[in-house]
Design a protein. Structure first.
Lengths: 115, 117
């Protein structure tokens, strides 16, 4: 069965500092990997996704993620965090299954940005 | 283009009451989903509809029913609400994943916060 682990429940970084959010997955085949962001009181928004090809994926808002098959990881990074990046971040893994995209979400990492 | 809309935004129910959560999308997507979000548990799939006229159970379907009214609308019904159903409910949609690289992104609504007393 597929699973996703986000080991950090809460992370605090200073504005302007770099950020890395960890995500490890378990899946039997080549995974489809996603990072979503949820601002307070809002729904989830896709930041980026990986299906194949270049293992370094660029997303919106200056985020990127790197797929490392040997480590079963898909960590999210940003070189310089802005106060508006404070939100909850969800990693997800999902294959195709007929007409349904079965997606398993991690439990999320809450990011706090301090001045 | 409103994307995915959900009503109501917030609801308080007493145990045993029923209610329907409404969801609509204007992106002409084939697939729609209902999730619940609970602290420390991420999002869990309740029901999904791969295409108009079809619905299937997800990970946590007990206590819920759904209706895919048409291509745009997908409702979630709680027939007899229980405190364990206190949660934030999200509706999402995606294109049918028949085209590689196009159908996988799910678009989420703003959520419905439900409190069952």
């Amino acid at each position: 069965a597929q699973s996703v682990t986000q080991p950090d429940i809460h992370i605090t970084v200073s504005e302007g500092a770099s950020l890395e959010l960890r995500c490890n997955y378990s899946y039997g085949a080549t995974p489809y990997l996603f990072w979503y962001v949820q601002s307070p009181g809002q729904g989830l928004q896709l930041l980026l996704k990986y299906f194949s090809g270049d293992t370094l994926v660029q997303g919106i808002k200056g985020f990127e993620a790197e797929f490392k098959r040997s480590q079963s990881s898909f960590n999210l990074r940003k070189p310089s965090v802005h106060w508006s990046d404070a939100a909850e971040y969800f990693c997800a893994v999902g294959p195709f299954s007929g007409g349904y995209q079965k997606v398993t979400f991690g439990t999320g990492t809450k990011l706090q940005v301090i001045p | 283009n409103a994307g995915v809309t959900q009503t109501p935004k917030f609801q308080v129910l007493k145990t045993g009451q029923s209610m329907t959560l409404q969801c609509a999308q204007d992106m002409n997507h084939n697939s729609m989903y209902w999730y619940r979000q609970d602290p420390g548990m991420g999002l869990r799939l309740i029901y999904y509809s791969a295409s108009e006229g079809t619905t299937d159970k997800g990970e946590v379907p007990n206590g819920y029913n759904v209706s895919r009214l048409n291509k745009r609308e997908f409702s979630l019904r709680l027939e007899s609400a229980a405190p364990s159903q206190t949660s934030v409910y999200f509706c999402a949609s995606s294109e049918a994943p028949t085209l590689a690289g196009k159908g996988e992104t799910q678009y989420f609504g703003p959520g419905t916060r439900l409190l069952v007393l």
